[in-house]
Design a protein around this ligand. Structure first.
Ligand code: PXG
Length: 443
């Protein structure tokens, strides 16, 4: 590798980093300069095992040849084509490929550049769908406590993370929230989904529907498994029942699969794992293996067709982005889906899940560990917070892990892991083995 990769810029002040403790980071920067398959390399030449697939997005592992080549080739052949009133073949090919792996009935694709934009797009489709059908009174959107739907205004409004909302008075109106699916004290150390609790949680939705009247509610949006707030797994039957309730009341159900999509839980989408088909799926991240920013919303024919009316020269839906279906992103997406297919990655998580589960739960009993949760190739280890200093213990684990050569994520006092789906048992041994040693050293 060239020396260029080893240079750390001497002024770090200009870049205001996202979701980062900027002052702390800039005092002791952690820089990655190279990646391949399961590993990153730091600016000082150390190898770090990727336990988080970047930020839950590099599902096929890093710098995969097919994807790298497709991006380079497309950038050289046609860098950009106008997204409005013009097309290019790869955006259509990718939409077809996505529909092919999506649950039956989700037949149309709108493109975005991120998960956050895909969320906004889905919420707008939901509101507009009811309106074009003459049910414009359906303006309410229901999310969930501890839900994460990106950082734009719609997403933070339906989202349930207080720190992401409290600064911003201008939230959407007409939003309500269901309870989250985590019940501390009742479901610690459950492997996968717990048996009970769905009815209690969903009686709250019934209450909300009664309060507002179903005729005012456009959509319910949930992550099938909440990722960012610490891997909150629903009890058995919860999503099926949620589907029944929403259908009964003519309310659209949106699954935000930005994290759970593309094999993360051992099936192409979590909708497949849970056997529930929503009206829309929001995805991003693994769509291009994290390489080129891209998100998408998959919608049913029923939704799509409701818009296809009126004079044919008139735009049916006034929404879109300069980069919707960008050629380089589309090429990356196509090569990513091919890589997943060639290597069986969309179902590999199911094969590795039992070993992953066993390894994770072997951490039970180590100091400060108060809960362990897992599904597919997602795992979380929750630590007892230091009294008066929440998040400090987990963050210290994160820094020690980085120094020890493993990359984990922390949210609050929860350690979250979501390795690339190419992970081998030996990598799991290393990841969990090193984490165990670190847990023993925490204050
Ligand atoms: N929905 C969900 C469910 C997500 O997890 C977004 C929307 C927003 O996507 P964009 O592409 O706009 O960031 C996300 C993003 C973490 C972590 O470690 C999670 C996300 C992003 C960064 C870090 O929990 N999720």
């Amino acid at each position: 590798m060239s020396n260029r990769l080893n240079v750390t810029p001497n002024d770090l002040s200009a870049f205001w980093m996202p979701f980062t403790a900027n002052r702390q980071f800039k005092k002791a920067p952690r820089m990655f300069v190279r990646a391949k398959d399961m590993h990153y390399w730091t600016s000082d030449g150390r190898e770090v095992l990727d336990g988080t697939a970047g930020l839950w997005c590099v599902n096929a592992g890093h710098c995969r040849p097919k994807i790298v080549e497709a991006i380079a080739e497309q950038a050289g052949e046609m860098d950009y084509a106008p997204a409005f009133q013009m097309g290019h073949p790869k955006a259509f090919e990718l939409a077809n490929a996505l529909v092919n792996i999506a649950p039956e009935g989700l037949n149309h694709v709108l493109y975005t550049n991120s998960g956050s934009e895909a969320v906004e797009t889905a919420l707008k489709v939901a509101l507009a769908y009811h309106r074009v059908r003459g049910e414009g009174a359906r303006f309410r959107l229901i999310g969930r406590e501890r839900g994460y739907h990106g950082v734009n205004f719609g997403g933070i409004s339906v989202g349930g993370i207080v720190t992401n909302r409290k600064m911003f008075g201008t939230l959407l109106t007409g939003v309500d929230h269901m309870p989250h699916t985590h019940t501390p004290g009742k479901n610690q150390f459950t492997r996968g989904e717990r048996e009970t609790g769905a009815d209690d949680l969903l009686s709250e939705l019934e209450r909300i529907v009664t309060l507002h009247d179903a005729s005012t509610i456009a959509a319910v949006i949930v992550e099938p498994v909440a990722g960012s707030t610490g891997v909150l797994i629903p009890p058995k039957g919860y999503l099926k029942k949620l589907r029944e309730i929403t259908k009964k009341h003519g309310i659209l159900l949106i699954f935000d699969e930005v994290i759970t999509g593309f094999g993360r839980v051992g099936t192409p989408f979590a909708a497949d794992y849970f056997g529930v088909t929503p009206d829309m799926i929001v995805c991003a991240k693994g769509l291009t293996n994290g390489t080129i920013p891209m998100g998408a919303v998959l919608v049913t024919s029923e939704i799509h067709d409701a818009f296809m009316q009126g004079p044919e020269h008139v735009i049916e839906f006034f929404h879109g982005y300069t980069y919707s279906g960008n050629p380089v992103a589309s090429a990356a997406g196509l090569a990513t889906l091919e890589t997943y297919k060639d290597e069986g990655l969309l179902t590999r998580g199911a094969e590795m899940a039992p070993y992953w589960e066993e390894a994770l739960h072997s951490l039970r009993g180590l100091p400060h560990v108060i809960d362990i949760r897992n599904l597919g190739l997602i795992g979380a280890v929750e630590l007892e917070p230091i009294a008066g200093s929440p998040t400090k213990r987990a963050f210290s684990a994160f820094v020690k892990a980085f120094e020890a050569g493993i990359l984990i994520r922390t949210t609050g006092d929860i350690i979250a892991m979501s390795p690339p789906l190419i992970i081998e048992k030996s990598h799991i041994d290393t990841l969990i083995g090193k984490l165990a040693e670190i847990l023993k050293t925490l204050d």
